[in-house]
Design a protein around this ligand. Structure first.
Ligand SMILES: Cc1ncc(C[n+]2csc(CCOP(=O)(O)OP(=O)(O)O)c2C)c(N)n1
Ligand SMILES: [Mg+2]
Length: 579
């Protein structure tokens, strides 16, 4: 314990109860029902972590702050409470920033709490230990950033951070706590009074009745209507109402990646397997918690059919989202739960059935695509291709629909998204808006900790490398996480060669025939090496039955993948090289 912490009762005030920064931060978090911290210890937050653990907060120590940050972010997504990431100053803080920025981009509520160095020295740039103006650096990467300089302001500082993270459109918040703050002493009673329990941290935002009527009128006018469900809809935890809205209208729906499972992918109205058809041919599109960013081709261009052929209805909590890419004819601004409820109450028995010719043509296209895919998913050969391996995992999730699937990679991501059906809300967690690699182990750890449900992480061999050291964390905490590595010897494929012909390998390939399963065994977990879909299924079933930390090295044909998975078109091309 630091000197400051043990000097709780300065001389002459022995009879007065005192408190300090350490205790006030812990009390402020607990008062607001924050019971888990993800972080990496070091100066100036080591003692704080110990004391938080002693006070009953679950403090989960990682091997790298980026993974702790990703864990906090997804904890926020899963619970609607801000996930907390705790880092040391300068380098630890910087390591946490990618996750903070990613959380903000994905609208996950998290708070990056970082210790920082002496303000007086930092501001005069006199070269303190881990000197850095962290607040200034964090600001452009998050929703809000605050610094607390006085123990008496800890309560309000923590309250502001919580409210900023979860209210309106959720996102990342930075809270800067200089080293000196932790040891600052104040009267215990005054300290207790300074704490703030945030009242109604994410107030409902009720949509205007006129906006709801306009949206319903446009929706009703559609001859080929489509509903797109986004991650925001999954976050809202308005699962029953969203399902009721989709089912009452009878309109085909398309789930974005992390909205899969809000209604099962096997639902008769699910148009996931007819994605290109519904985007191109629909005339009215209602987006619920989904944005028209690159993942939806910005709402225009070839994939959306004839220019200006659509009317868009958008439901989002952020008014600035409207008209971001194309005209939104019916904006509905409010929280998803309130908006969906309002829309539902406008749908009565006179609501027209969805146009049958449209519904049938979507169904026909979907059945055709599913039938085309089916034989590829049943191939039980060695080496496996992606489809064969994913066919096995698809069956696992069908049999165990509560399992949370974490997924990252290129081919491993894009193909798994299409192949593995999800049956329940918030059971698929992935790279999100940025397509960022490195979320895997952080997401898996937090998903297991926050929900207590088994986690299956399906990882490209490259993707896994970004957070792979956290398998030790998984073993240390004994978490029910099964990691499957699709090992194709590299990024996209393992077959590239160095065009210069030298002894250096190509830029996209890794050591051939690596045995990632040995990494898990090194820490006392279970490792398995599999070469066929049958073996893969048996190994995953065993892992999920036992709940033991497991890593399965799934040997995939190195030639099976394609460049950048499904988004190879985004690669710039050299005209000169083509000549
Ligand atoms: C932080 C970050 N760095 C780099 C990338 C670029 N990138 C996209 S996918 C990928 C890895 C793809 O390889 P793998 O995970 O093995 O998947 P595969 O296609 O081989 O199945 C990389 C490095 C990224 N998306 N994010
Ligand atoms: Mg790979």
């Amino acid at each position: 314990m630091s000197d400051a912490a043990v000097q709780l009762k300065p001389a002459g005030e022995a009879e007065r109860e005192m408190t300090d920064g350490f205790h006030l931060i812990i009390d402020a978090l607990k008062l607001n029902d924050i019971n888990t911290i993800y972080g990496v210890p070091g100066i100036p937050i080591t003692d704080f972590g110990r004391m938080a653990q002693a006070a009953g907060i679950r403090v989960v120590s990682f091997r790298h702050e980026q993974n702790a940050g990703n864990a906090a972010a997804i904890a926020g997504f899963l619970t609607k409470k801000p996930g907390i990431c705790l880092t040391v100053s300068a380098p630890g803080f910087l390591n946490g920033l990618t996750a903070l920025a990613n959380a903000t981009t994905n609208c996950f509520p998290m708070i990056l709490i970082s210790g920082s160095s002496e303000r007086e020295i930092v501001d005069l740039q006199q070269g303190d230990y881990e000197e850095m103006d962290q607040l200034a650096i964090a600001k452009p990467l998050c929703k809000a950033a605050f610094r607390v300089l006085h123990a008496a302001d800890i309560g309000i500082g923590v309250a502001r951070a919580i409210r900023a993270a979860v209210s309106g459109r959720p996102g990342g918040v930075y809270l800067d706590l200089p080293a000196k703050l932790f040891g600052q002493v104040m009267d215990a009673e005054a300290g207790a009074k300074s704490l703030v329990k945030v009242v109604d941290p994410a107030p409902a935002q009720i949509p205007a009745p006129a906006a709801v009527r306009r949206a319903l009128d446009v929706l009703k006018s559609g001859k080929r209507p489509l509903i797109i469900l986004g991650k925001g809809a999954a976050y809202a935890q308005a699962d029953d109402d969203i399902r009721a809205l989709v089912e009452k209208t009878g309109i085909p729906f398309l789930p974005m990646s992390m909205a899969k499972g809000l209604l099962p992918d096997t639902h008769p109205q699910c148009a996931g397997a007819a994605r290109s058809t519904v985007l191109k041919d629909s005339d009215v599109v209602m987006m619920i918690g989904a944005r028209l960013n690159w993942l939806l081709s910005h709402g225009k261009g070839k994939s959306w059919g004839e220019p200006h052929s659509k009317k868009f209805i958008q439901i989002d909590i952020e008014p600035k989202e409207m008209d971001s890419n194309v005209e939104i004819v019916a904006p509905v601004v409010g929280d998803i739960g309130s908006c969906v409820q309002a829309l539902l109450s406008g749908i009565d028995s006179k609501w027209p059935a969805a146009p049958a010719d449209w519904v049938n043509s979507v169904k026909a296209k979907k059945d055709e695509n599913i039938a085309k895919m089916a034989p590829r998913l049943m191939k039980n050969t060695a080496p496996m291709d992606f489809h064969g391996a994913l066919g096995a995992l698809r069956t696992v999730i069908k049999e165990r629909p509560d399992t949370i699937l974490v997924n990252e990679g290129a081919n491993t991501l894009d193909l798994a998204r299409g192949v593995i059906d999800i049956y329940k809300p918030r059971r698929r967690l992935d790279v999100g808006t940025w397509g960022v690699m490195g979320i895997g182990m952080g997401f898996a750890i937090a998903a297991a900790i926050e929900t207590g449900t088994p986690v299956l992480a399906v990882e490209g061999d490259s993707a896994f490398g970004f957070s792979g050291m956290e398998v030790e964390t998984i073993c240390r905490y004994g978490l029910p996480v099964c990691v499957v590595i699709f090992n194709n010897n590299g990024i996209y494929r393992g077959t590239d060669s160095n065009a210069a012909g030298g002894s250096d390998p190509a830029t996209t390939v890794f050591v051939k025939g690596s045995r990632y399963d040995k990494m898990m065994e090194a820490f006392g977990g279970v490792g398995a090496n599999v070469t066929t879909p049958d073996e893969l299924k048996r190994a995953v079933d065993a892992a999920l039955d036992s709940g033991k930390p497991t890593l399965i090295n799934a040997v995939i044909d190195p030639a099976a993948g394609s460049e950048s998975g499904r988004i190879g078109n985004l690669n710039p091309q050299s005209v000169l090289r083509k000549k």
